[in-house]
Design a binder for this molecule. Structure first.
Ligand code: FAD
Ligand code: NAD
Length: 367
């Protein structure tokens, strides 16, 4: 429920309503916000429980009911952006008139800070698994047809598996299926697939179990989390991406989004830190992209190269950064994204502050 304090401090509470025709039931959520889109709402229908979570800034609005009648498995979600309205259209199993939508379940009609909501999971099926490097694989998971979920750019989800009787949870960042996916026809129109680039650590706790899954097996996927907001990219001119190892994963969608949707963008430069050449994820795709799109440049830096490597070497350093981070003009709007092992990210942040980049110009991806 909305308390006085919340109403004063946060955005005003959304509300919902519903109406029906002979064959359809439409649930309408009035968000009272303009900057919403299909990423803003996550819908799950399971047995007779229907759950729609709308994320508005740092708050979450929940419609959670046991439906009074049965519905078909699939449904559609529409967003009327200019009035901030979300419509969820359910198909009735039988053409009878519903007297009520259903009865309220836990936290129905509540509007609470997102940090106070627990993570909600749904089971997704492993559809494919493809080797990318000697230890990193591209996993494709399929959402159930009774779920609407789109992971926003720069956000991660948690994967959950039962391991020796305990449920274990680890965060992973969805990627596009390739760096060129915007040029391909989508396989299915309604975003049913989520892709992950995951490094398997033989001595790790979670990833060897994940690697054991067979096609058709299930893994639970949570709602998205993360503090990257897409408006950090608005009006941007120079985007610098500093990625180490699988710290490349959040950069994939940021890169695709920026190149496709930010008209002001002049330059995107990725500095990609790895141990050896064999560890570089999607190297040929990155080189191909740099060849095709003149705004994009990539530089590889290896910390344990072979003697044949003629490129840059070492860990992240002030010398590497000051040479790499050249603005296209003195006043250009810049964003530097940073992700990798904790010492890499911490050292990188300190170096960027020392180079006089402001907090607003830096985004580090962490849990
Ligand atoms: P762990 O059991 O955590 O072990 C990892 C490695 O460390 C192993 O080699 C292990 O032997 C070693 N190790 C473990 N404990 C110790 C110790 N005490 N001392 C020394 N060595 C030790 N990873 C991806 O591959 N792709 C992603 O998209 C991705 N996204 C992420 C997003 C976020 C927000 C965060 C925080 C992490 C992300 N990660 C990602 C990392 C991921 O969450 C896991 O940490 C990773 O998969 C390792 O899990 P694990 O249980 O298999 O290994
Ligand atoms: P890795 O061990 O293969 O190392 C890759 C590069 O990181 C190295 O070549 C080096 O340049 C740099 N590096 C490693 N240790 C360093 C140190 N102590 N100081 C400075 N630089 C160092 O990396 P990996 O196994 O692919 O691990 C990737 C890391 O990224 C994991 O810790 C993972 O949790 C993290 N990650 C975080 C997010 C996120 O927070 N959103 C997303 C994806 C991955």
């Amino acid at each position: 429920q909305v308390t006085d304090t919340l109403a004063k401090e946060g955005p005003s509470s959304p509300s919902y309503d519903w109406f029906q025709t002979d064959s359809l039931v439409t649930i309408v959520i009035y968000t009272k916000q303009k900057d919403i889109n299909l990423d803003s709402v996550i819908v799950d229908h399971r047995d007779d429980s229907f759950r729609a979570e709308t994320v508005i800034k740092d708050y979450s609005y929940l419609v959670h009911v046991a439906l009074s009648h049965e519905i078909q498995e699939d449904f559609s979600v529409l967003v009327v952006e200019n009035v901030g309205k979300i419509e969820i259209v359910l198909k009735k199993k039988e053409n009878t008139s519903w007297k009520r939508l259903g009865h309220p379940l836990e936290n129905h009609n509540s509007f609470i800070p997102k940090k106070d909501t627990g993570l909600f999971y749904r089971k997704c099926q492993l559809v494919s698994k493809e080797n990318v490097t000697h230890d990193t694989k591209l996993f494709c998971l399929m959402l159930p047809p009774s779920t609407h979920l789109q992971v926003p750019v720069g956000q991660h989800v948690y994967l959950k598996l039962p391991i020796t009787g305990t449920e274990i949870v680890k965060p992973y960042t969805p990627v596009s299926d390739s760096l060129f996916s915007e040029f391909k026809e989508p396989v299915l129109p309604n975003n049913m697939y989520i892709y992950f680039l995951i490094k398997i650590y033989p001595a790790g706790f979670f990833t060897p179990e994940l690697d054991q899954l067979q096609i058709g097996d299930y893994v639970s996927v949570s709602n998205p989390e993360g503090n990257f907001i897409i408006c950090q990219l608005q009006e941007l001119e120079d985007l610098f991406l500093l990625a180490a190892g699988t710290g490349f994963t959040p950069m994939v969608k940021v890169l695709n989004y920026a190149l496709t949707n930010i008209p002001s963008l002049r330059k995107v430069k990725l500095m990609f830190f790895n141990k050896t050449e064999d560890d570089i994820i999607w190297r040929s795709q990155l080189e191909k992209l740099a060849f095709k799109d003149k705004r994009f440049e990539v530089e590889f830096v290896l910390s344990a190269p072979t003697s044949e490597w003629s490129g840059k070497q070492g860990y992240i350093s002030p010398a590497l950064l000051s040479e790499f981070l050249k603005r296209s003009s003195d006043t250009s709007k810049v964003l530097i994204c940073l992700c990798g092992p904790t010492p890499f990210t911490e050292q990188g942040m300190k170096m960027l502050h020392d180079l006089n980049f402001s907090k607003d110009e830096i985004h580090s991806f962490t849990a």
